[in-house]
Design a protein around this ligand. Structure first.
Ligand SMILES: NC(=O)c1ccc[n+]([C@@H]2O[C@H](COP(=O)([O-])OP(=O)(O)OC[C@H]3O[C@@H](n4cnc5c(N)ncnc54)[C@H](OP(=O)(O)O)[C@@H]3O)[C@@H](O)[C@H]2O)c1
Length: 339
């Protein structure tokens, strides 16, 4: 099958492109810059139609992941770019699908598990979950993320594409051992003994192992009866303190200094990011997937963390060995040239 992935050059897109390509499917990533990849890449500007629209013809699925990263300070300028990039790219993907002669059978549109309310009392599934925005104890920056998710989903709803099924991917943090990803960042903190609980540690963490993320997307492509919002999260979200403990145990680090809320607020300013990514309680469960029979290979965090740590070590040992070999090779060349 052919799968088109606008914004597929980032963390999640790379996980998906690698998996689909590895399984022998045709993958076309849409990127704002020409880049080399083992799969197809076409350029687009994420706001107007162009030659890229041809890629949609006869595709089985389009998976739109485009949008400016939310890992930044929510300044007025960044807020504008975060919202605009998501709304505009979703709108133009919709227009291109509507104009296609043989449109994709399914449009899987990125949204986020952050759309749900900050809460501890009960888990949010698609049917009974509370959409956030009115929590009395949530700072205004958290409301911003919910506004973004709502406008993103509204743009998908407004797209008139009667021949294409629409699915909203309300995804939790996707965990893979890749360099620079969320798991890599968390593990680096843990290895530096900074992986204690954040704040009071009660806030829930929703997550999904990359293997299940890929399997869920295959499942959604194949299940023609499923449309609308779908939570892509493991069925076992857990409080931050337990989540960090699980990660420390998986990588064999006993000490993890707790980080108080005020330290996080201060650190976030220096790191040009927002504490929402750590302090908001995201208690999200996969109602649609589990009710319809999808089973998770990694439903619980301890096993998922073990697997991710093991693969992270393998990758990084391999990468270090390669670096060493390249350095040694370089030294030998220099020596030979000097002689
Ligand atoms: N990572 C997660 O666990 C997670 C969880 C929930 C939701 N999500 C959502 O899923 C999507 C993909 O996540 P990700 O982690 O892969 O994000 P990412 O690494 O930031 O990648 C997103 C891609 O969007 C493109 N992009 C960046 N700025 C843009 C702009 N101004 N206009 C149009 N395109 C732009 C970039 O591609 P080019 O530079 O090649 O154009 C980039 O590679 C995001 O929208 C994210 O909010 C992610």
């Amino acid at each position: 099958m052919k799968v088109v992935i606008p914004g597929g050059s980032g963390q999640v897109g790379t996980i998906l492109a690698r998996a689909f390509h590895g399984d022998g499917h045709e993958v076309v990533v849409l990127s704002r810059s020409a880049r080399k990849a083992p799969w197809g890449v076409m350029t687009w500007d994420a706001s107007t139609r162009g030659p890229w629209t041809k890629a949609l013809e006869g595709a089985e699925a389009v998976i739109n992941l485009a949008g400016r990263s939310v890992n930044c300070r929510y300044t007025p300028e960044n807020r504008g770019a975060i919202t605009q990039s998501r709304v505009q790219s979703t709108r133009i993907v919709g227009e291109a699908i509507a104009a296609a002669t043989r449109p994709p059978r399914v449009w899987l549109q990125a949204s986020t598990a952050t759309i749900y309310a900050h809460r501890y009392d009960a888990a949010n599934d698609e049917a009974t979950g509370i959409i956030g925005g009115d929590e009395p104890d949530a700072p205004a920056t958290w409301r911003f993320s919910i506004d973004v998710a709502r406008s993103w989903e509204r743009t998908l709803d407004e797209a008139a594409v009667p021949r294409t099924r629409k699915v909203k991917l309300r995804s939790a943090m996707t965990m893979s051992p890749d360099r620079g990803g969320i798991f890599d960042t968390l593990l680096t903190l843990v290895r530096r003994r900074l992986g204690g609980q954040a704040g009071d540690g009660r806030q829930y963490v929703s997550w999904v192992h990359e293997t299940d993320f890929i399997r869920a997307l295959y499942w959604l492509i194949e299940h023609h009866e499923v449309e609308g919002p779908v939570n892509i999260a493991a069925p076992d979200p857990l409080p931050n303190a337990a989540f960090m403990r699980g990660l420390r145990e998986a990588c064999g680090v006993s000490l993890g200094l707790p980080v108080a809320r005020w330290m996080l607020e201060l650190g976030a300013v220096f790191m040009r990011t927002e504490t929402e990514l750590i302090l908001k309680s995201r208690r999200v469960v996969p109602g649609v997937l589990t009710k319809r029979g999808f089973t998770f290979q990694f439903p619980r965090w301890p096993e998922a963390a073990d697997d991710l740590c093991r693969r992270w070590r393998e990758q990084n040992t391999g990468a270090r060995r390669l670096d060493r070999e390249q350095r040694d090779g370089h030294k030998a060349t220099m020596k030979a040239q000097g002689e």
